[in-house]
Write a protein of this length. Structure first.
Length: 114
């Protein structure tokens, strides 16, 4: 797939994720579970698109290979595409820790997903 097309797809995925995360749903709302699951799903497909665009960019532009999300983010940090602050979460927490924490946390109030 063409890099520009894949990059455009990544931007669209990020927009849909941001759109959803800008909203707040009460934990007591009947729609909370749907909102939570939709947020997790959008995060997962956005992550997949972004790391694959990064992989393709690194190969086509930098002539560097990476084979996993972790190695792609690490390589992007090494060549200066991402700052240490941007790459640290990929190494430290794994991509779905926030999703799992949101699922395990209960209580009342509003759901503010990161």
């Amino acid at each position: 797939m063409d890099l520009k097309i894949r990059l455009n797809t990544a931007y669209k995925a990020l927009e849909t994720l941001s759109e959803l995360l800008d909203k707040k749903v009460e934990l007591t709302s009947e729609f909370y579970v749907i909102f939570r699951d939709a947020s997790i799903q959008r995060f997962e497909y956005t992550f997949e698109v972004v790391w694959k665009v990064l992989k393709q960019f690194l190969w086509e532009i930098e002539k560097l290979e990476c084979y996993s999300p972790k190695s792609c983010f690490r390589t992007a940090g090494q060549v200066g595409l991402l700052s240490p602050e941007e790459t640290e979460p990929a190494f430290k927490n794994g991509r779905c820790q926030e999703c799992h924490l949101a699922h395990l946390q209960g209580g009342s109030g509003q759901a503010d997903l990161p």
